[in-house]
Write a protein that binds this ligand. Structure first.
Ligand SMILES: Cc1cc2nc3c(=O)[nH]c(=O)nc-3n(C[C@H](O)[C@H](O)[C@H](O)COP(=O)(O)OP(=O)(O)OC[C@H]3O[C@@H](n4cnc5c(N)ncnc54)[C@H](O)[C@@H]3O)c2cc1C
Length: 384
């Protein structure tokens, strides 16, 4: 378990972690190549994850979930990170679930959460557009009220789970005359939705088994009960409140992947020989491994603290989450790069796990808000 030293770790979480590890090792890892070729983790795996209780960890038991906490979800994310399993987009499903948990009406919770817990609904979060990523106030997608419906028009891009998701949390303008105050969130079920279509599965540098897509809305009509929250115009505030969890997710995955990269380098450098001795005997190798271990432990300690805060009444501030996302993703990329270097030419070969880790790690500095935007948020908390 990645967080076995955390103050909040306990026997129940350790057992939970063991169960998740077994599930991933049995169902996902042996078929990874197949999923990479397909460009997505198939629905069947999601369904099995749902059967094992993994898709509704924070969903109340009476609605089909485990009534778990973000500590439980952090454990699952840690296990995904340790296996560099970024194809199974649990991390965005969780974000969608938390919007419903936090702001959904009773009707919405009863309608969506049981299906999100089983995998009948797979979640995605649709913020980014071709013309607006960092600057979310600049989105063009609109949701126009028409009787007891909203009519959605616009396009989204880079949407994780974009090919497989059938429950979208869509960020749209319900009032084009307003900036942030004109933004609302809608929960959109896409099965059979006229006017909704998916673009191609985007070809990426890494995350080969993750489906990332453009999505199009052309006069797509959804019931007015799709609006998440009590009234229009709450979307920006809701996103600001939920983004700390989204950013912490990235940090947790980052610590796990860095740890996995170090384990690969530790074992490889002890096996590989040059100049009559193992690579691990060179002082440079030993120093690089030591530096990586130290960075990971510092990153992990901060992330453990953040998990402790987000699961307590204190909560996790936007700046704290930004610091975790920014520095852990930088550390992850440094560590993975150094560990790849210790593999020599083999590190560049896709048959070695470190090569996939390298390709998959880069995006951690970009999505969930770029690291430049993270620094803006941190600076904002310092300067008044
Ligand atoms: C694999 C992948 C998966 C993704 N999944 C999702 C998803 O599921 N849902 C979703 O909504 N989005 C998703 N995204 C989109 C992602 O969140 C955006 O790419 C990201 O927020 C950056 O937006 P952008 O690409 O438009 O870059 P831009 O905003 O155009 O930024 C370009 C550059 O300018 C810099 N920049 C912009 N503004 C400032 C500023 N004020 N100060 C300093 N520098 C600045 C940025 O840091 C960056 O370096 C995903 C992206 C990728 C690559």
């Amino acid at each position: 378990m990645l967080f076995s030293d955390a103050q909040w770790a306990n026997e129940e979480l350790t057992a939970f972690s063991d169960g998740i590890g077994k599930f991933l090792d049995r169902e996902v890892l042996p078929r990874r190549k197949e999923f990479e070729t397909a460009g997505a983790v198939p629905r069947e795996i999601w369904q099995k994850a749902g059967d094992n209780g993994l898709l509704g960890i924070s969903v109340p038991e009476e609605l089909g979930g485990l009534s778990g906490s973000l500590a439980h979800e952090s454990i699952l994310l840690g296990e995904l990170g340790l296996r560099n399993e970024m194809g199974f987009g649990y991390y965005v499903h969780s974000i969608a679930v938390h919007y419903v948990l936090a702001y959904g009406t009773e009707y919405q919770k009863e309608k969506w959460l049981p299906k999100l817990a089983t995998g009948d609904l797979i979640g995605a979060i649709c913020m980014s557009e071709p013309g607006a990523g960092s600057d979310l106030q600049g989105i063009n997608t609109t949701a126009t009220a028409d009787g007891n419906e909203y009519v959605i028009n616009g396009s989204k891009t880079f949407i994780s789970n974009g090919q497989i998701a059938n429950f979208l949390v869509v960020v749209a303008k319900t009032d084009k005359t307003q900036g942030a105050k004109g933004i609302s969130l809608l929960g959109v079920e896409t099965d059979g939705l006229e006017g909704f279509s998916r673009g191609q599965n985007l070809e990426k540098l890494g995350l080969k088994s993750q489906d990332t897509s453009e999505l199009f809305f052309n006069n797509a009509r959804v019931p007015s009960t799709a609006l998440i929250g009590p009234e229009e115009g709450q979307g920006f505030i809701q996103m600001m409140q939920q983004l700390p969890w989204e950013r912490l997710i990235i940090a947790i995955l980052g610590v796990g992947i860095a740890e996995a990269a170090l384990q690969e380098a530790v074992s490889y450098t002890q096996e590989r020989k040059a100049f009559g001795k193992s690579i691990a005997e060179f002082q440079n190798t030993r120093f690089k491994l030591a530096e990586a271990k130290t960075k990971i432990e510092f990153a992990k300690a901060y992330v453990e603290k953040c998990i402790g805060k987000i699961t307590s009444d204190t909560g996790l501030s936007a700046a704290e989450a930004s610091m975790a996302k920014y520095l852990v993703s930088e550390i992850q990329n440094e560590v993975v790069d150094e560990c790849l270097q210790l593999h020599g030419g083999y590190g560049f070969m896709m048959e070695y796990p470190i090569a996939r880790m390298f390709a998959d790690s880069r995006v951690q500095k970009i999505y969930g808000g770029t690291n430049e935007i993270m620094k803006e948020l941190i600076a904002r908390s310092l300067l008044h």
